[in-house]
Design a binder for this molecule. Structure first.
Ligand SMILES: C[S@@+](CC[C@H](N)C(=O)[O-])C[C@H]1O[C@@H](n2cnc3c(N)ncnc32)[C@H](O)[C@@H]1O
Length: 361
């Protein structure tokens, strides 16, 4: 049964007072779907964002259909499936972003492997052109797979006495994770038949969608008039000046490739790709904590800086409608651009302001 559509409330008619504002960063507490349409039209040079993926990550409401329905009080979503609600929500925030972006401005938006097609459709429905996607390959993802054989034993009411499971609470940040140290011996005949079967692969890539607000007519004239419309190839180069690729690695993936392939034409193959660390639990410097709160889905600063560099003109304005702990905000300030950010949860705002403060001259 779909969640009920939440009651309607009066829409915002003007931008709320920002939680933080100086000449480089502006941070709003609010819902991106409601806030973005109120930003000055054609005022933003690039959208670089890490939105919810619609996967109910760790049971967070900000990542599930109930959170998306809350953002859409004027749309009847009661007959929609959860993926349809997610797509409708993506269309809604992307439409607000389209208005705020200058013609020709680029978008770099993370998505989840299972749901990004809905986000891409939402971005396209809103009026953007889909230009490319970057695959960020990593090695440390954990499979969320059901052990079918064990589930069958449980279904038949049988316990495995030799099954060993370890629970780790990760500092209370990621919620408890359970590691199966020994899956135990299947008890029933059905369980023996399905031993070794699961339901999911280990996640090893995240897609980053590259889109663009349609330029006004001819691209060259658009670039000259609005100052956006191109990708900053030279500042996005890596290693010894390689052309930026639409595949990026984490160090583990790069090592694995080199071990498998050895060298090719006298050099390791991984040098052909940019490398950014991926960690489920980033170190304290990259995962701020304030008032006992930390964020569960922190992106690496270096990766966000690279994306911002690729799609934002020097001293341009970056928009991040889903600030979280503020990684995009800190990366934008580190790149010397200005940034406008929105975050719906008041709990995360001190994390963002702590990042802004540490970037102050
Ligand atoms: C994937 S997280 C961003 C994490 C961030 N990249 C970081 O490194 O910390 C997405 C964020 O979007 C916020 N969010 C969810 N729905 C929102 C909405 N409708 N408007 C604004 N923010 C929203 C969530 O509270 C969450 O912090």
């Amino acid at each position: 049964m779909p969640d009920p559509t939440p009651p309607t409330r009066a829409p915002l008619t003007e931008l709320p007072k920002p939680t933080f504002a100086d000449d480089r960063a502006t941070l709003y507490l609010g819902d991106a779907v409601e806030t973005l349409p109120l930003l000055p039209e054609a005022s933003i040079d690039a959208l670089v964002t890490d939105p919810p993926y619609g996967l109910s990550f760790n049971g967070q409401t900000w990542d599930d259909a109930s959170g998306f329905r809350e953002s859409l009080p004027h749309i009847d979503t009661s007959a929609m499936s959860a993926p349809e609600v997610f797509e409708t929500w993506c269309t809604a925030w992307a439409a607000g972003a389209l208005r705020a972006l200058k013609p020709g401005a680029y978008v770099a938006a993370f998505g989840g492997a299972r749901t990004w097609h809905r986000m891409v459709r939402g971005i396209e429905n809103a009026g953007f052109e889909i230009r490319d996607q970057i695959a960020w390959l990593h090695t440390t993802g954990m499979p969320k797979s059901m052990d079918l054989s064990h589930a069958i034993d449980k279904h038949h009411g049988m316990q495995r006495t030799d099954r060993i499971v370890q629970t780790t609470d990760h500092d209370g940040v990621l919620g408890a994770t359970r590691t199966v140290l020994s899956k135990g011996t299947p008890v029933t005949e059905d369980a023996q038949q399905w031993d070794g079967w699961g339901t999911a692969l280990r996640p090893a890539f995240e897609p980053i969608i590259i889109a663009r607000k349609p330029p006004e007519g001819n691209l060259v004239r658009n670039v000259l008039k609005h100052g956006v419309g191109g990708i900053n190839i030279d500042d996005g180069r890596f290693a010894d000046g390689r052309w930026p690729t639409n595949v990026a690695f984490d160090p583990g993936q790069a090592d694995a490739l080199d071990v498998l392939t050895g060298t090719w034409q006298g050099e390791s193959l991984s040098r052909k790709f940019p490398i950014f660390r991926f960690e489920h639990k980033p170190n304290a410097a990259e995962r701020p904590r304030a008032f006992g709160v930390s964020h569960t889905t922190v992106k690496p600063l270096a990766l966000m800086r690279w994306l911002i560099t690729l799609v934002t003109p020097p001293r341009g304005v970056v928009l991040e409608p889903f600030a979280g702990s503020g990684t995009t905000v800190e990366a934008a300030l580190g790149c010397g651009t200005r940034v406008v950010a929105v975050e719906k949860s008041a709990d995360f705002l001190p994390l963002v302001t702590s990042r802004i403060e540490r970037m102050l001259p």
